[in-house]
Design a protein around this ligand. Sequence first.
Ligand code: ADP
Length: 741
Amino acid sequence: MSQQQRAATAGGREAKADGSLPRPGKEERATSAIKEKPASTIPTLPPPPGLPLAARRALASLSVEIAKSRRSRRSEEGRHSRPKKSKRVVTVDSSKAKTSSEALRICIQQLKWKEFPTGRRLLCDIYWHGVSFHDGEVSCSGQVNKYPGMTELVRKINFSRAVRTMQELFPEEYKFYPRSWILPEEYQNFADQVRVSKENDSSWKPTFIVKPDGGSQGDGIYLIKDSTDVRMLANLRSKPVVVQEYISKPLLIEKLKFDIRLYVLLKSLDPLEIYIAKDGLSRFCTEPYQEPNSKNFHRVFMHLTNYSLNVHSGNFIHSDNVNTGSKRTFSSIVAKLSMRGYDVKKMWSDIITLVIRAIIALVPELKIYHQTYIPPGKPGPTCFQILGFDILLMKNMKPVLLEVNANPSMRIEHEQEISPGLFEYVASPVDEEIKVAIIRDTLRLVDPALKKNCLQQPLATECSAESDKEETAEAEDVTETPSIKEQNLAPLCLKQVFPKYSRQFGYLLIVDRIALLFIRFLGIKGTMKLGPTGFRTFIRTCKLSNSNLSMASVDILYIDIARRWNVIRGDRGESGMCFQAFMEAIFHLAQRRYKNPPLREQVEALVNFCEYQLEAQEERIVLYGRGTAERRSSLAVYQPEGPRSGTINHMQLLNRMSTSNKLPASPLATSVDQQLVNSMSSRVTDCSPAASFNPNGWDNLGCRFCRKNNQSCSVMGLKDVHSQRVKLTQILHPSVTSYFM
Ligand code: ADP
């Protein structure tokens, strides 16, 4: 609003063309004279009773008007005279920001925050690391822009493993990641599967792309046609690689292959919060694309879209226009595709789905890293992280995920050769437009003032329930806060997609629940491997051993799987069972216990069973008086967001379990847990009665799967509450059948 407009609005009069305010007229002067009198000298008396009705009404309305104007004047005066509380400025330590320093500096200036480019003796609110969580000393408070373990988890092999686990459970949902093999470990598998596929379909002429683990910027990548490729076989001895099906029919623009770099903010791990940037970058090859053949295999400028490679091609175009050149904004591509009649809405929805599913694959192990490096109950920072998703669009517009970068470049300059052999950094408008907005809006979302507001909500669950309600709302509507609006900044460029769309993805969180079981039995904090005792305790507590599975065979299973995984990962010195090995054990136990595939249902049934047993054990502890009052209340109170976001402790885990199976009457539902309940109740057919305990007896009586009204349920089918209680007590606690009757 201009000064002129503001003045006009404030005075309630129109401003003159020259900007000066009109002089008040006679009537107006009279009213202002009344207004000018001190408020206390204008009593608002009731109209004298002798006057005619119309006159009395007029007088009454006048006194109401006067009172109104007095009130508003008082509040105006108060607003001006009250000393403004000085807002505490957010402090950012940028001493480890490396190549993101320039973009970060611009953002901090825009937000009017305070930067400490060489660090600070006192604590800062935010620590910006350029590479990983472990850049230098980790602060004991505040927020860090990296998660511990993320760099390791998105390495090509680890990421392929995490996605593979999900592909085994949800093959349809995880088709967005090309079929991949980890070599040399899976060489035989690779050779066999390719042979079988070729036998089944003689027209299939695949190409594979070989990527060294831990490589980046296209380093060491090459194409092969066959599993017997000599170069690949020779290289296998030196370095493990991921071999992936090559997408040979990508969507082309101006005959060039291109990919999308999309930025994703993982704002919180528990509860899971994901934001996607509404715009990203498109990186173009610099040589017209042809489908791969043995003659063009080696042409990196045709097949690899990496900026770091193509920038060295003579055809690379640096452009100041975001719509042209070898690096453009993704929105310019979307506009182009939309003009050509492509369904860009569907494409965006596929991309959002891909991002959420990929993050769900990463989260379980990330939680294990998190509890190891930032042990619950100990001081430590809260984490958030910007990830770079590399996505390729196929000819049919389906997005394919190539990889996730834990440390996407946030550089906003590019190198330019100003004279032969002499380079300097010059501003890159495309990079600046995209990256500055992403960093700035990430900072806006993690603004500590915002956090305080959210924590002041009566229940953390209310926050997530609220965002869940508005399925179609734009991100800026959900996330805009008064402090952000005050600063007159552009709407957020980051769109919340989780928990906003959590309803559709909750059923994928099964591995997350397995990770919570794993963490629970890890025992000693600071370790990421489950020892033999921990594994035995898990089997015993969850009552998984029976006549079919003796404890001796449990030990053999442990040794067999743990050892094999330690060899695969090269952890020869370190004993114990890693999470991937534990997953394998869970799959094995599930298949053994529940004979009918699919695997996903077998695993889900096993996890339900384990969680049920753990909950029952907790209830028994309370029942026999071994538990304390706090323990009892901890069973009932579930706080998904503690005072330190991202903290996962065992009590929370326990509470998650109890809420994930909670009964319908529980007022403490969170959207994600609600989905788990829904997904379980739709799939699990067995009745499984449960209840929570309070000092007066059973509460929330019901069946965790069938819920309230199912008459075929062994508990809820009974005619009265008393019989239901008797039945429930018999099932859950046979030894105390008379306790509540
Ligand atoms: P790096 O981390 O070394 O950049 P990427 O996995 O991102 O490795 O691959 C580099 C480039 O190779 C990508 O940008 C893309 O152009 C191309 N590429 C990678 N995987 C595939 C694939 N499966 N199909 C087609 N092209 C691919």
